[in-house]
Ligand binder design. Structure first.
Ligand code: COA
Length: 261
């Protein structure tokens, strides 16, 4: 497994754990983190043994977002280079959102700025009830630009309006209420809650899970009429795959499917 400076990456059976590992700056991300997250998620895509990715952070907080010392350095770069650096960050979020494996985030402490962005980019996020989120960028004189599409896709433009404009912090319970996370739980229940979600994902057909992720991208924004040719072709192809045949046979034969053994 590749050695990283700012991440801890470890496999546990079919689960690939990617842990942000700059606890001294609350897992704020600089250019190295951006590069390494991009690489780690590309490796997850290519890892035939990995069926679920769990993203978490070491130390007191999940992530304090962009490293402000690094942001200051980027601001001093020539315009084109400054923009390329921002685009690399945007592509890192995209690599997470488009990871071929389902991505589950375990959020504790703080998830501010880009930390909230990471929470939005994953498929499912679980957090402690009292952890704090916030699109705090305006408090620093900037905006949550590259993360805006990920956050808006998850919570909607209406909710984003208040949160982007005020930069107010909000807790895990509120994050659950607005749909940023699936569930906020007491701290002692966080690991078991994440594990339960991972188990649900592992009980599903691996190719079906990947296909479900692509389906959402393909159908999002289509009218009900325009969706019909897309969705009918989709299920026609999927139900004839070896995995679907195994799933149907396992159900009808009252046994567990092969991917669970
Ligand atoms: N960029 C760079 N350094 C950061 C950072 C960031 N986003 N967030 C925290 N740090 C550094 C602090 O400067 C501090 O460094 P020091 O030990 O050299 O003084 C260290 O991390 C610990 O931070 P501290 O504030 O003492 O920890 P805390 O646990 O009390 O609070 C936070 C954690 C996340 C609430 C707080 O650090 C914070 O508000 N950070 C900024 C978050 C933010 O607005 N992010 C948006 C970026 S666009």
């Amino acid at each position: 497994m590749a050695a990283y400076q700012t991440l801890e990456v470890a496999s546990q059976g079919p689960v690939l754990h990617i842990r942000l590992n700059r606890p001294e700056v609350r897992n704020a991300f600089n250019g190295t983190v951006v590069e390494e997250l991009q690489a780690a998620f590309a490796a997850a895509d290519a890892d035939a043994n990995a069926r679920v990715v769990v993203l978490s952070g070491n130390g007191k907080s999940f992530s304090a977002g962009a490293d402000l010392a690094w942001m200051t350095e980027q601001a001093d770069l020539p315009v084109a280079e400054n923009q390329r650096s921002a685009e690399r960050m945007a592509r890192m979020f995209l690599a997470i959102a488009r990871c071929k494996k389902p991505v589950v985030a375990r959020i504790h402490g703080h998830a501010l700025g880009g930390g909230t962005g990471l929470t939005a980019a994953v498929d499912m996020a679980f957090c402690t009830e009292d952890c704090l989120f916030g699109l705090t960028e305006v408090k620093l004189g900037i905006v949550p630009a590259v993360i805006s599409p990920f956050v808006m896709q998850k919570i909607g433009a209406g909710r984003a309006r208040t949160l982007f404009l005020t930069g107010e912090r909000f807790d895990g319970r509120e994050a659950q209420r607005i749909g940023l996370v699936q569930r906020a739980v007491p701290e002692g229940e966080l690991d078991a809650t994440v594990q339960k979600a991972v188990n649900e994902l592992l009980a599903a057909g691996p190719a079906a899970v990947a296909s479900a992720k692509n389906l959402i991208v393909a159908v999002d924004g289509l009218s009900l009429e325009d969706a019909i040719p897309v969705t009918s072709k989709w299920i026609a192809q999927l139900r004839s795959t070896p995995e679907a045949k195994e799933g149907f046979a396992a159900f009808l034969g009252k046994r567990t499917p092969g991917w669970m053994s």
